[in-house]
Design a protein around this ligand. Sequence first.
Ligand SMILES: Cc1ncc(COP(=O)(O)O)c(C=O)c1O
Length: 384
Amino acid sequence: MAIGSKLPHVGTTIFTVMSRMASEEGAINLSQGFPGFGADPVLLELVGKYTRDGYNQYPPMSGIPQLRRRLAEKTELTQIYFPDPETEVTIVSGATEALFSAVTAVVRPGDEVVLLEPAYDSYEPAVTLNGGVPVYVPLNAEDFSVDWERVEKALSPKTRLIMVNSPHNPSGYVWTEEDIDSLATLVRDRDIYLVSDEVYEHITFDGRKHISLGSHPELRNKTFVCGSFGKTFHVTGWKIGYCIAPSDMTVEFRKIHQFLTFTTVTPIQYALAEYLEEPNRYLSIPAFYQSKRDLFAGGLTRTGLIFTPARGSFFQLASYGHLSQIGDRELAERMTRRLKVACIPVSVFYSDRRDDKFIRFCFAKEEAELFEALERLQGLPEIL
Ligand SMILES: Cc1ncc(COP(=O)(O)O)c(C=O)c1O
């Protein structure tokens, strides 16, 4: 009996492939997006404390009230609006779950969903598994900003949802106020929902500020804001995130969440609730990453690669088309095997795998590791 795949185009993701290759080759792994340093010992201690104190059974389905309140307070401090912790905030098992549940809550068979490319790899499967039809719109080639005319042209009476991501993976682009206003104008008189992937909300550079779609009074009524404590506090393996959405949308979101995971790990929820009492723990994150971004971008100028320093996220994109026409997958493999530095070929973020000769590095690593990687990347001309 043949199972008949629901996702025939999905294989092992490039992130797994490159991380495996990096480990086989003893390469510095700048491919997958996870921090190469530990979390704050205070947070680790809190998890230990709550585990030992017996906070180990199912918590409430929508998340413990303390954590929902702290998150609402954080949102008020950073985005100047206070979502109702009771009816508008849900704690889930990572942003991946938030994105999947939000898409599932609104997308019906035949609905069209606009995806801006390059796009994070979990969006498309979430759409197709729900019978939705992805409609791809490329971002501007120069800086990965949004081409609003193209987005407008992609809309149809069947458009049900637009998925957006800022700060953006893989490009590091951060939406401006104008971007948000353009989106608001576009969806003003249309019945279109928005899923806003904001997992890098606390990683922005050069004085830029992340603007949540939730902070916009009109967009707030149409948007599922999806976030990740894992990304913010350097604990990606904990898989804990959240969704903020208006109460009627949250009712539907929770119906999905309830039967997908029901809830998420109890002692970590208590630990985060206590940890978030001190706002500096997230307000200090931009400065922490700025020095890494500066160090990496500074060193990259000596490699011959062309790039614009990332405006946000912990990824640096770089192009090599002026140096060589080899495929980006081939370059990533050569770099891993011969220079012992792993990166991600950006073609994997496009539905048609188009290859614009970009590679992506993750600079969420210890300084010594970044220095060593930059040293090795000096050998780039030898492998092109
Ligand atoms: C843009 C983007 N969205 C979502 C996620 C997933 O977040 P989480 O680990 O909280 O599920 C990632 C992780 O790499 C990401 O880069």
